[in-house]
Design a protein around this ligand. Sequence first.
Ligand code: GRF
Length: 225
Amino acid sequence: MTAPEPARCIVLISGGGTNLQALIDAERDGLPVRIAAVISNEPQAYGLVRARAAGIATRVLSHRGCASRDDYDRALARLIDEFRPTILLLAGFMRILTPRFVAHYRGRLLNIHPSLLPDLRGLHTHRRALESGARVHGASVHFVTDELDGGPVIVQARVPVLPGDQPETLAARVLQREHLIYPLAVRWLAEGRLTLGDDGLPRLDGQILDRPRLLEDEEAPTEGR
Ligand code: GRF
């Protein structure tokens, strides 16, 4: 039996691209995707270097000088669609997207966010987690909808807050878990196991995800497969 074609995937970045690197590594290790291009709004994003090193096409579309958010997102969608992707991944892409853009990629657009959503939407999540006195922090992969960091959450990883943690130390531990949950969710989407229904609810293997899956629960059963 021939293996199904890998899902064509575009990754949008603005920065260092460690999540992009995790996806590149996962593709090399058998994740059924083909990263067709990496697009950044920031010309200096180190993630572009990572992409080129992996032989992936890169494009820069700067938002500076773009008349409106709508203009930028239209140009971005045109650029993306030249690559005919089936999956679009935000990996540290530091822009708010217009409803029109989000609707165009509905059900095939994921984001990773460094908190246990719905807690701590927005920026500076690690500092805010420490300030709140939380004992547990983490990261979430979610479908992107019009609501900023508000789309249905697919999978999360929980990370304990340790005595003496600083935003940087906590961020580093969360990032390690991000690198596990993003490829996991992408695999589900690429394999057609993960969908976003017309009712706005995410489904995994046909079952409504009434709460996000937890990395801790996923790790045990996959061991030794
Ligand atoms: C990550 O913390 C991700 O959750 C957030 O932006 C950061 C990107 O990091 N959306 P990197 O560029 O993947 O290293």
